[in-house]
Structures are given as structure tokens and as C-alpha cells.
Design a protein around this ligand. Sequence first.
Ligand SMILES: Cc1cc2nc3c(=O)[nH]c(=O)nc-3n(C[C@H](O)[C@H](O)[C@H](O)COP(=O)(O)OP(=O)(O)OC[C@H]3O[C@@H](n4cnc5c(N)ncnc54)[C@H](O)[C@@H]3O)c2cc1C
Length: 388
Amino acid sequence: MKPRPERCDVAVVGAGTSGVVAALAAARRGARVALVEATGRIGGMAIHGLHRFVCGLFCAGGDRPGDFLHGDTTLDFCRHLAGGDPAANAVRRGRVWLLPFAGGQALETCAGELLSRESNIRLHLRDPAVRAARAGDRLEEIELASGLVLKPGAAIDCTGTADLCRLAGGAVERPVAPAMAGYGFEVRGIQAPKADPMGLSIAVPLRLRREVEAGRLAAHLAFTTWEPGHEPGSGWVKLAVPVQSLARARDDAEAVWAVLKNDPAFGRGEIVRYLPAPLSRETGHLVGNYVLTGEDVRTARKFPDGIARNAWPLEQWTEDAGVVFRYLPDGEWHDVPRRCLQPKTGPENLLCAGAAISADSAAAASIRVMGVCMALGEAAARLSLDFP
Ligand SMILES: Cc1cc2nc3c(=O)[nH]c(=O)nc-3n(C[C@H](O)[C@H](O)[C@H](O)COP(=O)(O)OP(=O)(O)OC[C@H]3O[C@@H](n4cnc5c(N)ncnc54)[C@H](O)[C@@H]3O)c2cc1C
């Protein structure tokens, strides 16, 4: 027998960082929320182990982080994640401020704890949205793989791929030259005293670059980095993988490890896990009522319908250059206009939040960091409560 349709005020589809904050923000404003997630875990892309810092919470520059750029729910999430005031915990790397956190498991636990405090959120795990039905300009129903039908007053697409917008008839644009994806593996048993005096964060890329120059490794492996872990003697080797080579990511990782194993610091090291799959930085963007551009970001443009702020640089991952950062002026931010969350051809009670909002590839290279995705989720929750 088919389950009875479930009514809610707001359906949030996708429980990554944007979806979790969207659900919390809507619930804290009194809405009945359905939070739908395709997998069995909450936290999305950020829980797999590569992430150590929340980016996009503060403007660049200064001796100390300036004002927190986003709303109360994002601030509360970050405070819970960092175990204290984000501004007091932030660290400076180059020109930007980052909030360190204890890794994927900690993020998943933090999200789970905060969600469990809200009695008006119903969480549907392992149950992807597979169909969306419209009546004129309104989204009427979202059907999940289990057969459950949600009847929401408003919906927020936090799938990271604009999947719900696509199901509801919204246009989604595929990038012409998508950013390189991320892949990696965790290593334990590193002998730090045997490491090159310049430190592994410099020695690892340098060593691999030499192998690339000698033609013994594929060119993109020159962009591999080392990120120390929280446990002594542990860390992540992080690869940047061109989208056309995703199927070879594991072979690439093994080739990198074969080189690193010859280094005295890694000689007794062991790989304890590989990422389950490469993580795509860029899959598709909603075509919204406005397409945010790289120029809007870089020139810190303000909009009359601005609903969220961002100051993260354009962080572009290309096969030619690896990662290149292009900054906003120090102390500056740009607005994200409400129109970037509204599908141009989709129903009017549906908004997109997170990494797949309406933006060109250059702007997407900036707004996709976790801090901004959370802020977009929070903004979408606020807006969704205004739908009649
Ligand atoms: C390699 C790499 C490293 C990064 N490093 C950092 C970093 O250090 N710091 C930082 O701030 N940012 C980092 N980012 C960016 C950041 O992790 C992501 O862009 C951000 O977390 C995206 O959040 P999101 O909520 O938009 O989407 P996701 O985290 O992708 O969440 C989307 C969720 O929706 C679910 N979903 C998809 N389709 C459906 C459906 N039909 N029904 C139900 N559920 C669905 C997915 O299972 C997923 O859980 C990194 C990104 C990559 C790729």
C-alpha cells in the first residue's frame, strides 16, 4: 500500500551543509520541515575526510577576522562545529581566514546533534527525490524513491547538482570545462622526524612535480598536496583529478603512493582509507533569473535583492595551472541576489541553495565553499517562509 502523502511547510532536498542549515533555519522559525537525503548520512560532500576548514565565513585580509558574514543559524552551526566562537578560532592562511574543524565525522555528529534538537524536522534518509509534480507555477508534490509523496508549501533544492530543480522543469547548465575534482587517501604511521626539513606540505608536491617533469607521473599529479591530520603521524594525500580521468583516480592515487613510499617519512606509513569516490567540484548550475558572474564576485558587487554575502576568492581548479586564487579587495564582500536562487523556468515556490545556484563557472568557483553554502541554505529558508 502506498504511504499517505505527507504535508510540510518546507521540503529541503539534500542534507549537505546547505541543506542541514536550511532545515535548521526553517524549523527555528516555526516551519514543519521534511529533510530528504539520498544517502544514509548527513553532511554531504564535507564528511568524507578531505575537509579540515570551513571557508567563506569572513572577509580576506586584516590582522584579525572581521565580522562574521552570515546569519544566526550559520553562526550557530559553526560555533557548534568549532566548539567556540568562529572568530576566535579562525586561522589565517595567506590572505584568507579559515575555521578549522575536526574532520568529516565531527561535522556529521554536529549536524546530527543540531537536527535532533528540532522536533519539527522529519529526516528521510536513503530516500532520494525522484519526481516533482507541478500545478501551474507551483511545485505541488515531491515523490521519494520509497514512494512517499511530500506536499510542501515551499521547497529548497540543496542537492549540490540542482537535481530537484531539474525534476521540477528548471533548466540546469552543465559547465563547459568543469573544475578538477578532488580525490585522496589517508595515511598513518608517518615518521615526522624523518621528514624533509622544509615540511611535508612543501616536500610532497615538490617531489611529485619532479616525477611529473621526468615523465613518470601524469601531469595533473603535480597538483597533489599533503594535509596533516589531527592524530600525530597521520594526514591526507589530496589529488586534483580532471573530470575525464575520474575513473582512473584510484590508479593515480596508487602511483602517487608508490613514489611517496620511497620517502623516509612515509616508509613505514600505511594507507588506512581511500575516499569512496572522487568529489566533483562542479557538476551543473541552475539557470536562474540572474546568473552570478566572476566579475560580480571580484568587484564585490552589491545588489538591491541581495540575500547572502560572500567574500571567498575565485578558487579555480584547472588542468593547466592547478589551483589559482583571485581575490576580492581586502575587507570586501559581494551580495548574492535572490534571483540566483530562483529557477528561471521552474515553479515559483522552489528555491535552489548551495553549490549549484545560478552562477557562471568563475563565480561558482567562489560561492561553493561550505560557509557560503550554509549561508545560502539559511537565506533560502528565510525566503521560503514568505511563499503563500
Ligand atoms: C575536493 C573538494 C574539497 C573541498 N574542500 C573544501 C574545504 O576545505 N572547505 C570548504 O569550505 N569547502 C570545501 N569544498 C566545497 C564544499 O565541500 C562543497 O561545495 C559544499 O559542501 C557543498 O554543499 P552543498 O550542501 O551545496 O552540497 P553537497 O555537500 O554536495 O550535498 C548535497 C546532498 O544532496 C544529496 N542529494 C543529491 N541528490 C539528491 C536527491 N535527488 N534527493 C535527495 N538527496 C540528494 C547528496 O547525497 C548530498 O548529501 C570542497 C569541495 C571539493 C569537491
